[in-house]
Design a protein around this ligand. Sequence first.
Ligand SMILES: *[C@@H]1O[C@H](CO)[C@@H](O)[C@H](O)[C@H]1NC(C)=O
Ligand SMILES: *[C@@H]1O[C@H](CO)[C@@H](O)[C@H](O)[C@H]1NC(C)=O
Ligand SMILES: *[C@@H]1O[C@H](CO)[C@@H](O)[C@H](O)[C@H]1NC(C)=O
Length: 346
Amino acid sequence: MSLLNVLACELLLLFVTFSVYGAGVSGHKARYGAPKISTKQELNFLVIADWGGIPIWPYITPDEISVSQQMAAISDDIDSKFVLAFGDNFYEDGVKDVDDKRFKQTFEDVFTAPSLQIPWYIVAGNHDHRGNISGQIAYSQKSKRWNFPSEYYRLNFKVPGNGATLTVLMIDTVVLCGGSHDDVPGCDLPGPDNPQVAETQWDWIENELKNSMHSDYVIVGGHYPVWSIAEHGPTGCLVDRLRPMLLKYNVTAYFSGHDHNLQHIRESNTSLDVFVIGSANVVDPSIDHMDSVPADWVKFYYAQLGSLGGFAYVSVTSDRLQLTFASGAKNKNLYSVDLMPRLNSK
Ligand SMILES: *[C@@H]1O[C@H](CO)[C@@H](O)[C@H](O)[C@H]1NC(C)=O
Ligand SMILES: *[C@@H]1O[C@H](CO)[C@@H](O)[C@H](O)[C@H]1NC(C)=O
Ligand SMILES: *[C@@H]1O[C@H](CO)[C@@H](O)[C@H](O)[C@H]1NC(C)=O
């Protein structure tokens, strides 16, 4: 299904459901069953991707609204400290400049809850690269919570109370692999627009992974997936060049979006974990690339139409990093998995 098809379907749904949501985006208190007791010993955060609304009125989708409401409820519940957002921040063509109204229409006016007034760490997707990335980076100076310091960057966090450490590398996979203008689902990406700029980032990634040897958890995240069974499938360029680094440096997990569903894929022979978290705006139930990934690697796949989108939240302690997929539907956890700290970190 093409994005346009999906959007057309979602628009229909929008007219059906908009009256139900109306403007009542306000704070019901959700209980997610996650015990709140030990929030002082936890570092909690939210993850979304492919969340960029639509380019015409009302600039948002029903799924984006539901996801924002459930993110707000969970964030409140678990005292989330930040949000990671992995691209396609603005459909279809990114923003024109730092003053583009889409920042308000598709971001500020949607994620309004007090519990979402926390830092949002942003990278770009292929749709953002069709517009002005400098405009998105510059918006960091105008917004209290939008943090997009450069195309790729490193984040370091400490788990409160016990000193466990988490490193996150936010990378720009469109710069690495191409496709800012011609991403054809199922086709290999054309390669980087500027190979030299891509090489600089590859070197940076490897260096930062070397420098992160002592972090208890390392997450690498970008827009394109390494593995995916859905519309776009695995990204050859990342399988070839990023995957060996993820293995070599024993990265805890790779996060992405691009395909519009929720996936957990674990390589059974290496135990590399990758997550696709791309249904914050629309849901696409494609399994076009089921044959591109060994069946026993696919631990979870969720793309139920009418499910009101999805996202993930992560809870880090000294013992484990727990990722949970949540639906945009009220109080609905879909799947949870615990990942262990790296033994080489001490
Ligand atoms: C991109 O956005 C920046 C920041 O607003 C602006 O200075 C620049 O002129 C824009 N570039 C284009 C090509 O419009
Ligand atoms: C794991 O399996 C994949 C696919 O079957 C293969 O390409 C890869 O080389 C294997 N890796 C290791 C470390 O055995
Ligand atoms: C890599 O990390 C995993 C936990 O994610 C750990 O169980 C494993 O022992 C580590 N491997 C090495 C070589 O440090």
